[in-house]
Write a protein that binds this ligand. Structure first.
Ligand code: URA
Length: 264
């Protein structure tokens, strides 16, 4: 199929016609470096850290005491991919394990430059064991294709929590915090050039602070462990409900492409 026709169809499907083009070649983004400087934030004592401490202090229904949580974190830090996969599939560290069919670790190229982090598996992901395979996933795939990317080829996709929150609710801070060591280990193993946070929960766990997508877009943030650039954009499920913001998501993807180009 003619590539340009194909791309045009994808952009139409994303609701992005007329076709968006970069006004200047990648590597422009002069504001990116300034924003990068301004956006560096420590991850210590983030809202999720506070949430996990509070829950532990009030004996919330999480199997971990503060000591167990520390052990869990340090054990996970040394795992290879196989160890991580088996630990995640057997994980019972928070209440999400009760209703899941299976834990969903992630999918794609384990040495990818691009790493996308969503919120948590939905019903189809829980069924199939792969992130972003439902409607939101179809949109994500279309967005990837529009950026000449493909699931599994230089792209790794995962979620902030590995088990489906019942009824597809937003994962709670304690659940995200409990699952964080798995995400941290995945990032450490993949060592991406760029992290893309899809939606607020993913952005908050990666940046360790509360934020709004509107204020965090179009800036280069830093994931403190490894000093990896982070770009924040809307969650595809939100975009399916809010069509006008698809154009902003495309801008964010173009901005992300600039950052990858800058990273060399
Ligand atoms: N939404 C997410 O955040 N992740 C998925 O895997 C599917 C839908």
């Amino acid at each position: 199929m003619d590539k340009s026709l194909d791309k045009s169809r994808i952009l139409a499907e994303m609701g992005l016609k007329p076709v968006w083009r970069l006004r200047q070649p990648p590597v422009s983004a002069p504001h990116a470096t300034q924003d990068a400087e301004a956006a560096i934030e420590p991850v210590a004592a983030s809202p999720v850290d506070r949430a996990i401490s509070a829950a532990q202090a009030t004996s919330a229904p999480v199997e971990s005491s503060p000591v167990a949580a520390t052990q869990q974190r340090s054990g996970i830090a040394g795992l290879d991919w196989d160890g991580l996969a088996s630990t995640v599939s057997a994980c019972r560290a928070c209440g999400l394990c009760e209703k899941r069919k299976q834990a969903v670790l992630g999918v794609g190229d384990r040495q990818a430059d691009w790493m996308f982090v969503g919120e948590g598996p939905g019903a189809e992901e829980d069924e199939r064991g792969e992130p972003f395979v439902g409607q939101a996933g179809k949109l994500l795939d279309a967005m990837l294709e529009a950026a000449s990317l493909k699931r599994g080829e230089n792209v790794y996709i995962t979620n902030a929590v590995k088990c489906r929150p019942p009824g597809n609710r937003t994962p709670e801070a304690i659940e995200i915090a409990t699952c964080r060591p798995y995400l941290e280990r995945q990032i450490e193993l993949v060592q991406p050039k760029l992290l893309i946070a899809l939606g607020r929960p993913a952005a908050q766990i990666l940046l360790g602070r509360e934020l709004s997508i509107a204020s965090a877009r179009r800036k280069v943030h830093r994931y403190a462990i490894g000093d990896i650039p982070v770009v924040v954009t809307y969650h595809p499920a939100y975009l399916l409900r809010t069509l006008p913001d698809k154009a902003k998501a495309w801008e964010d993807l173009c901005f992300a492409m600039d950052q990858i180009a800058l990273a060399g």
